[in-house]
Design a protein around this ligand. Sequence first.
Ligand code: ADE
Ligand code: ZN
Length: 321
Amino acid sequence: MVLKAELHSHLEGTASPELVKRLAKRNSMSLPAELFKNDGTFKWTTFLEFLNAYDLASSVIKTPEDYRDVTYDYLRQCAEQGTIYAEVMSSPDHAAMAGMSYQNHLDGIVQGIEDAQSDFDIVGRLIVTCVRHLGPERSIEVAKQTVASPHPLVVGFGMGGDENAHHPSDFSTAFNTANESGLLCNVHAGEMAGPESVHAALDHLPVKRIGHGVRSIEDPNLVQRLIDQNITLEVCPGSNIALGVYPNFAEHPFLKLKEAGCKVTLSSDDPPFFHTTIGNEYRIAANHFSLSDNELTEITKISLENSFADQKTKDKLIARL
Ligand code: ADE
Ligand code: ZN
């Protein structure tokens, strides 16, 4: 089996409908019927509806034990698919909306990562994220909390949410706070907006990686800039098709970006929402982008080299390939 690494997944968005229902029951909560389709999968159509469904599903994660179980369940599935490293993003804003402190959310996730490492031999790290459409003030608060409670498994700071809300410059205080404390940064851009959004992110935020970044292909100057600045793209093809960024895999720019010299990697984003897994993303790359097992392993190597883990951890993982 090709060994895999995942750089871009949203922890709260990894919980399956079954796990979400189990946590709701455990917390004596009732979920609105419109969260699920008749076949039991999450129901949404547009990107904003997806964000809404994501908020609803996250609302059942109410205790450290819940976060531990979500983390553990996700890492177990990743390991079953040959994943040796997964860098997950968490959202303290979603934890807070569910009534949990930053520390409680962190404690649960750390327990999940540690349990999964000892049971399944998968290494996990955490990127704490803010939510773009919640605005700069919340982002500063999240960055401050992250910096105030450093933990060896917390390696990064990032931002998801609605790419068309606010401007990257509004978040430079939060990102600089995190980056100056030693956290490496990524940001979602070039997914729901065009190349100008990626340029603006690179202009104003200290990021090493771009979440998605696929629409960079529309601007050759930006493609060159990504190469010159050694930026890694966290590409999630299944997510892009599910969200309608591209109509089909034949029109997805993964290969064009790769052939132009960009550092491309493969990730699953929000697996159950987009009917995918990290294993499925690698299969997509094999079947639709014609990548050989050697080329897929090379992608894993690029992911590991550009992960936010410390060099010793990276070297150990790369030696396994
Ligand atoms: N949050 C969770 N998934 C996301 C995505 N694909 N884009 C932006 N924000 C997200
Ligand atoms: Zn994402």
